[in-house]
Design a protein around this ligand. Structure first.
Ligand code: ACO
Length: 409
């Protein structure tokens, strides 16, 4: 049973649904903030995204992923001295315990890298027991995770292909190091291209945080039980895997690829419009944005620039552009405020870099890691933080007696 109540504040009235449960209990359903946070500001009506107050556009243009990670986690851009210390820590903690390789080899070849990554991050706790004094040693736990997840992601790719694992190099920057671990081989040394490194930096910056999204909420909820950081991040990775969340970047490329092969573009848009069909166009729509996702705008531009610089012609970019054009003129998409989200063009960028499709969501996870860590740290340091324990509205049966099995009809 749904009724409404009116809340008046500062001369404005808000009509909120009042829902009554089967036991007569009341609940007002509205968009409530799940926490207070000083990390990321997001305005879905105007398409604004800022990390610690700095517009994401400026960070994408001028910062690096490493610096942005520092900003999110520590609240301020680093001084040169702080950045150097951060780099040294990232380098010192970039190796992964050799015994962890055995785990990798035990997963079936067909395993999805996100499932492997979530399990392996959880396993880190056994190899690297958490440090106790939060204040003094948090830097080590945090940089250890940032650095090792990058190594572990590249390792999973190499092992899945049956190739030799490439170790991190101290002379390379965060992103160049990752690319080298992914693509260097004893028979074909990898040549690091500055444009590819820049593109990867931008990709990761655009994914670095997005306030209380599904995976971040998972990290906060699980972390609120005061579990170790690794377990909380492992929960975030599992949530991100879903096709409605980070898994959409893989789904987008699979959809674009199917269109390129079968030419069923308009048919797909028609399916997305059809209420009786559960199909949703991946890479379109967002819970918060009612306008163009600012990250998608940057990603789209970068896809063009990168492909041009690398002299790559990707037919999927043409399909994506055509699909966007049709969708943005379509009444259904206009009425529902459905615009491309960050995942729509990101796969084109990742393909140009050489990342295989099943690793796309892992790339998202590497990018989101500083955001998850920052949100976890903020919650751990909040003096008002309590165990997260949402309530519900009970809609089940009234009290009734137990009936022995022989008397049940
Ligand atoms: N294609 C077709 N219709 C859509 C789409 C879509 N991609 N997205 C939303 N709609 C429709 C819904 O069917 C619904 O229509 P109705 O009101 O006529 O029934 C309406 O728009 C509102 O949809 P909701 O489900 O209320 O929106 P919600 O905020 O729950 O969904 C979500 C957000 C999950 C992102 C959705 O837009 C979606 O499924 N998109 C495709 C998957 C995707 O790209 N996910 C990545 C999101 S960004 C990220 O997580 C990094």
């Amino acid at each position: 049973m749904t009724d409404h109540v009116t809340l008046t504040h500062a001369g404005k009235s808000y009509r909120l649904p009042l829902v009554i449960g089967s036991q007569g209990e009341l609940a007002i359903f509205a968009n409530t903030g799940s926490c207070k946070s000083a990390i990321t500001f997001l305005d879905g009506e105007k398409g604004i995204l800022r990390y610690r107050g700095i517009p994401v556009e400026q960070l994408a243009e001028r910062s690096t992923f490493k610096e942005t990670a520092y900003l999110l986690i520590n609240g301020e851009l680093p001084t040169q001295k702080a950045l150097t210390r951060f780099s040294v820590l990232l380098n010192d903690h970039s190796l992964v315990h050799e015994d962890m390789k055995i785990f990798y080899q035990s997963f079936p070849r067909s395993s999805h890298p996100m499932g492997i990554l979530s399990a392996m991050v959880n396993a880190l706790r056994s190899f690297y027991p958490e440090l106790q004094r939060l204040e003094e040693e948090i830097d080590i736990t945090v940089t250890r995770l940032l650095s090792k997840v990058r190594t572990m992601a590249a390792m999973s790719y190499k092992i899945s292909r049956g190739h030799t694992v490439v170790y991190p190099r101290p002379d390379l920057t965060y992103c160049a190091n990752f690319l080298n671990m992914m693509f260097d081989s004893p028979v074909r040394p990898y040549e690091i291209d500055a444009d590819v490194v820049k593109a990867l930096n931008v990709f990761l910056i655009l994914h670095a945080d997005h306030e209380q999204n599904c995976s971040t909420a998972a990290v906060r909820v699980v972390g609120s039980a005061r579990v170790n950081l690794y377990a909380a991040i492992s929960a975030g990775i599992a949530a991100l895997w879903g096709p409605l969340h980070g898994g959409a970047n893989q789904a987008v490329i699979e959809t674009l690829d199917a269109i390129a092969r079968h030419g069923n573009l308009r048919e797909l848009v028609a399916r997305a419009r059809d209420r009786s069909d559960p199909f949703r166009l991946p890479g379109f729509g967002h819970r918060i944005y009612r306008t163009y996702d600012p990250r998608a705008r940057i990603m789209k531009r970068m896809a063009h620039v990168l492909l041009e610089k690398l002299a790559i012609s990707d037919p999927l970019l043409d399909v994506a552009r055509e699909l966007e054009e049709i969708a943005l003129k379509d009444d259904y998409f206009i009425d529902h405020h459905l615009y491309p989200n960050v995942d729509f063009y990101s796969g084109i960028v990742l393909r140009a870099i050489g990342i295989p499709t099943n690793m796309f969501t892992v790339m998202f996870a590497i990018g989101r890691l500083p955001g998850w860590i920052a949100q976890w740290k903020e919650s751990m340091e909040d003096p008002e933080w309590r165990l997260c324990r949402p309530r519900q509205l009970y809609t089940g049966p009234q009290e009734r007696p137990y009936i022995p099995i022989e008397e049940r009809s």
